[in-house]
Design a protein around this ligand. Sequence first.
Ligand code: HEC
Length: 293
Amino acid sequence: MKTTSYLRIAGFLILALVLIELTIETESGWAIEQYPVIWGILAVVLVIAIAIEVSITALENMVFRSLKPDAQERYTKLKAENSEKQFSGIKKWYKKMLNQKPIEKEEEILLDHNYDGIKELDNDLPAWWLYGFYISIIFAFVYMGYYHIFDGETQREEYLAEVAEAKEEIEAYKAANPDLIDASSVELLTEASDLKAGEEIFMTSCMACHRADGGGAIGPNLTDEHWILGGGISNVFQTVSEGGRDGKGMVAWKSELSAQEIAQVASYVISLEGTNPTDPKAPEGEIWEAETE
Ligand code: HEC
């Protein structure tokens, strides 16, 4: 196969890809990433394109062989002229970019010094190099102006802005999906509104066993620093969510309360520590100390 065949095959593939991307709708990103079957379609297109190119060449050869010798000669000549013309613009431009003297004319630019037989050509700078040099000079001015005169955003600032943006998105996501919280990710809530909501839940669901002031009745005293099942927001969340030890009377609340509500009431319980309820129940369990690393 000839170069033009390869170009045509590549063209077929690109065309197929563009058509596929235009027709298949995706919410984001490229269709080719989301539907691997497209790779299969492209492979089929590739096989068909190769088959077409191969049969065209075979057909051409067959016709060529059936021609008379003088017709064959004319045909070859015509083809040669044609391929000469093909891409002549690009070829010219390529030569211009290289800016090379043809070997036959090298005499003209040979410098007259001669070191042990090593001579030097006084070539002009190739145009591609020179243009690249000019562009880099212009770029340098733009760069200097942007970063050093007009105080453009540096990469560090861009990074920090993106991180801040992502944090906001995470917060928004968390706010929209409150049930994502679990014992490992829960954080102690300190907002008055959350503690108020926690208090309301406590007065509705927990007071019966822990007393309104948390001093303890059937359930243990929640205001001291002793914990049977571990203190700290993570443990308290776990206890309220999953319940206490079997047969003790503290049930799992995760079916009644949302994760957000459990976080609120757990935070409220922790806020009770150090208050002085009347007639408190004696401490149970161990003094809990936050793990320090
Ligand atoms: C039916 C009575 C009852 C109710 C209602 C109840 N608890 Fe309990 N709670 C208990 C008992 C009993 C224990 C001790 C469990 C154990 O020893 O395993 C306990 C343990 C706890 C503990 C662990 C205390 C520690 O020392 O580790 C927390 C925290 C707690 N309850 C919070 C709550 C919250 C919040 C509610 C309301 C959503 C609630 N409880 C409702 C009876 C109750």
